[in-house]
Write a new protein. Structure first.
Length: 127
């Protein structure tokens, strides 16, 4: 049986927190993309990307309630910034550095490649 997902949420999280969030969102019917992260010197930052403002807000509050610092990664199209091969993927950093990594994506090699591909196909930029 194939389940059709209407919404996708990307979570950049560490250990138990990311696992708990992913399970909650899967149970709620979301397709969830997860990558690991954590800050060695403090609170783990977890980036969340989504197009549904209410769902994004809910997940951001869950991240905060679970003791991590939520980072809004923007719309789901910006979730490409969290994929393997990007600076934030698997990063072990706090919220400030995670935000800086997300901000640097458009000028990274991968960011430029995504932007060029989207432009060639008439799609919005990843930046």
């Amino acid at each position: 049986m194939t389940m059709r997902h209407t919404r996708t949420i990307g979570i950049l999280g560490a250990g138990k927190v990311g696992t708990v969030l992913a399970r909650l969102e899967v149970a709620a019917g979301y397709r969830v993309l997860v990558a690991g992260s954590g800050a060695p010197d403090g609170i783990a930052a977890i980036a969340v990307a989504g197009d549904d403002a209410d769902a994004l807000s809910t997940v951001m509050h869950l991240v905060d309630d679970l003791g991590s610092e939520p980072v809004d990664a923007g719309p789901l199209a910006h979730g490409v910034r969290l994929q393997p091969g990007t600076e934030p993927f698997g990063a072990n950093v706090g919220a400030g550095e995670l935000r800086a990594m997300l901000d640097r994506f458009p000028v990274s090699e991968r960011g430029r490649a995504v932007s060029e591909a989207r432009s060639a196909n008439g799609l919005a930029s990843a930046g």
